[in-house]
Every structure is written in C-alpha cells, then in structure tokens.
Design a protein around this ligand. Structure first.
Ligand code: KMH
Ligand code: ZN
Length: 271
C-alpha cells in the first residue's frame, strides 16, 4: 500500500538570502512561524538551519535551542536539524546542537562540488557525524547529492554506524551534484535497500517536477525556500508554505493521503 505522503519543508537553508526571496525566515521566531504555516499547508517535518538575526548562517547550539523551543511551543511538526550547515563550517560546529535531540538530523555521505564551492564530507567526517547521531539517538536523513553517496551509506551500515530502516533524501539539481533529470531519481531509488524510505529535494526549477514524480512513485517530498525560491516561473514564493501547499494539492488530486507528524514519525521509525 502506498504510504501517506511526508512533506518536509526546508524553510531557510544556509544559502538562500533575502536578496533571493524577501520571505526567507532568519530569526528563531520567524522560522517557527513559517514552520506553523507549513504544517497548516501539509508539511509534517521542517528542515532547519540556524541563522543570525542578519541572516548569517550559524550552527550554534544556542540558535538551534531557540529554534526548537519556538517551534515546539507552537506546533507538533517534526524538527530536523541540518548537520550540513554552510560550506566553510567545521564538523564540530556542524554537530554541536545534536545533544538537543531533534526528531531527525541530516547526514551527507560524501563530498560534492556545490556551485563554486565544495561541500566537504570526508569518510572520517561522516563517521564523526554518524557517531554523534548515534550518541544522542537522533535518526539520520541520509542526504544524497550523487550516486557514490548511496554506496558510502551502505558501507556505514556494514561498519555498524548506520542501522536500517534507512531514510534517504535525494537532492538533485545542485550545480556540481547529480542533475535533476527524472531518470536519475529512478536510478537512485533502485540502489537503496528494500524497506528504506526516501524523499526527493529538487533544486530550483527541478523542485516541482521531481516532487510530482516522487508522489506518483510512492516516495516522499521536500520543498522550500532552501531549495527553490519560486512558486512558478518568475514568481517568488510567499514562503515555503506556498510550495508545500502546491505539492499537497497535487498529492490530494492524485489520491495520495498527506501524513500528519504522528504518521510521519511511524513511517520513519522515529520511536
Ligand atoms: N548548505 C549546504 C552546504 C544539509 O542541510 O544537511 C549543505 C546542506 C545539507 O544544506
Ligand atoms: Zn539543508
């Protein structure tokens, strides 16, 4: 049976600035209010990065603590922390908030060119993050920017650092990573172990097309201003909630039920 659809809202990221879309939330309160709007629109999980009040990316524990408090005061939405942060950050900075025990956190299993930059994730660095996730019993969403990252995730399973059922996020269309062609999604889904769950995050113009494909395939979707700032060609989204509403509407039209946070928790084995 097809699972209810988990929609994750990636509300801010580290790279999207107000110059790109004036509606990107920076402060913990802004992030929480947007999370509430996304929940109302159909999201069951929010993927968050820390920001200073001026928008500078931060992975500081204090920033994440405030974000978590502000969201939990207002919503039952599941909260997923980024451990990717921004490309210049050290691994210690990227994982210093994990003791706050968010519902999930990301784990990128490889290095990838990221526009003009490099998103560095050596094998020792990946193991450090996986060990910290295990220490605080935080379930990972395995971020896949290219095919070899799936193999590395499977290697970590053999090493005992990751345990099934695994949950993957295929991030397609980052300049330097795997492109957003639909057949790339088919290929990646074919690589993952039976019993895994997966979501897709199409970057920029690939977001909606890949989300629709994932909904039709029985997978899950991530949308939001971290990945794409437009709701249609040339029209800026009023916030991630507008992108969530767009995919929720498509899913309903296709007869796909939308997961609540409680259902998403079950589907993702979050305990
Ligand atoms: N900002 C990117 C360099 C994640 O959140 O885990 C990394 C990223 C992945 O956004
Ligand atoms: Zn992110």
């Amino acid at each position: 049976m097809t699972q209810p659809l988990i929609i994750t809202a990636a509300v801010n990221g580290a790279e999207t600035m107000r110059e790109h879309n004036p509606n990107v939330p920076y402060t913990p309160e802004e992030i929480a209010l947007e999370a509430v709007r996304c929940r109302e629109a159909g999201a069951s999980m929010v993927h968050v990065h820390g920001r200073e009040d001026d928008g500078t990316p931060t992975q500081a524990r204090g920033a994440f603590a405030e974000i978590l408090t502000e969201i939990r005061e207002r919503s039952d939405i599941l909260v997923q922390f980024s451990t990717g942060g921004a490309v210049w950050m050290s691994v210690e900075e990227r994982i210093e908030a994990l003791d706050l025990r968010p519902d999930m956190a990301t784990l990128t299993t490889g290095t990838v060119n990221f526009g003009e930059d490099v998103f560095q994730n050596s094998l020792p660095l990946i193991r450090t993050i996986a060990e910290r996730l295990n220490q605080y019993s935080v379930r990972p969403e395995i971020e896949i920017f290219d095919t070899g990252m799936v193999d590395t995730a499977l290697r970590l399973v053999k090493e005992g650092l990751l345990a099934g059922p695994l949950h993957f996020d295929f991030v397609l269309g980052v300049p330097g990573g795997m492109g957003g062609r639909p057949e790339n999604l088919d290929f990646l889904v074919g690589m993952i172990p039976e019993g895994s769950t997966w979501t897709v995050a199409g970057i920029g113009r690939y977001e909606l097309a890949l989300a629709k494909k994932a909904i039709d395939m029985g997978g899950h979707v991530r949308v939001g201003l971290e990945d794409n700032v437009f709701v249609s060609k040339g029209v800026l989204a009023k916030g991630s909630h507008e992108l969530v509403a767009q995919v929720a509407e498509y899913a309903r039209a296709r007869g796909r039920e939308i997961a609540t946070p409680a259902i998403a928790r079950e589907l993702l084995s979050l305990g």
